[in-house]
Design a protein around this ligand. Structure first.
Ligand SMILES: C[S@@+](CC[C@H](N)C(=O)[O-])C[C@H]1O[C@@H](n2cnc3c(N)ncnc32)[C@H](O)[C@@H]1O
Length: 138
């Protein structure tokens, strides 16, 4: 990762922490991945070199940018405003062309995906939903 991208991600993470601290409702928070977890995710993807990667839960694009540093990917969020924030951040990070951004319910995207379409799926939406998503994750 270039020093510029690392600095951009540090700034985005710090802004997210400040923003989240002022949101009483958990669902209004950006809830960016911890930076250590994001770095681990990036390393994992770098090591596996999956051909197709799907992220469910874009938020403002923080984890998306970490992954886009090493792979092209598709990311999905059901909140249009968050996805627009992500678009701006992906552009600012210089990874916009590596990411297909979709505004949709993750359940629909999974149900509409062909068998074995995705080599790697990063689930980061609402944990309570995953049990119902499971049949389309197998
Ligand atoms: C924990 S945040 C994702 C954080 C992001 N991966 C990051 O590290 O910056 C969860 C996101 O999932 C989205 N979400 C919640 N339910 C969803 C659903 N059914 N389909 C798609 N996205 C969903 C929310 O709008 C929110 O932006």
């Amino acid at each position: 990762m270039t020093p510029d991208l690392a600095a951009f991600l540090d700034k985005l993470y710090a802004e997210g922490q400040e923003f989240d601290a002022e949101q009483p409702d958990r669902l209004d928070r950006r809830r960016n991945l911890e930076s250590e977890s994001a770095a681990l995710l990036r390393s994992l993807i770098y090591g596996i070199s999956p051909k197709s990667v799907l992220e469910l839960g874009t938020s403002n694009g923080y984890s998306t940018i970490w992954m886009a540093d090493v792979v092209n990917l598709t990311t999905v969020d059901n909140d249009p405003e968050r996805s627009l924030d992500a678009a701006a951040n992906l552009r600012a990070a210089g990874v916009e062309e590596k990411v297909q951004r979709i505004v949709a319910d993750g359940a629909t995207v999974l149900a509409d995906s062909a068998d074995e379409q995705w080599d790697f799926i990063f689930l980061d939406a609402e944990q309570s939903l995953y049990v119902n998503w499971w049949p389309d994750l197998q």
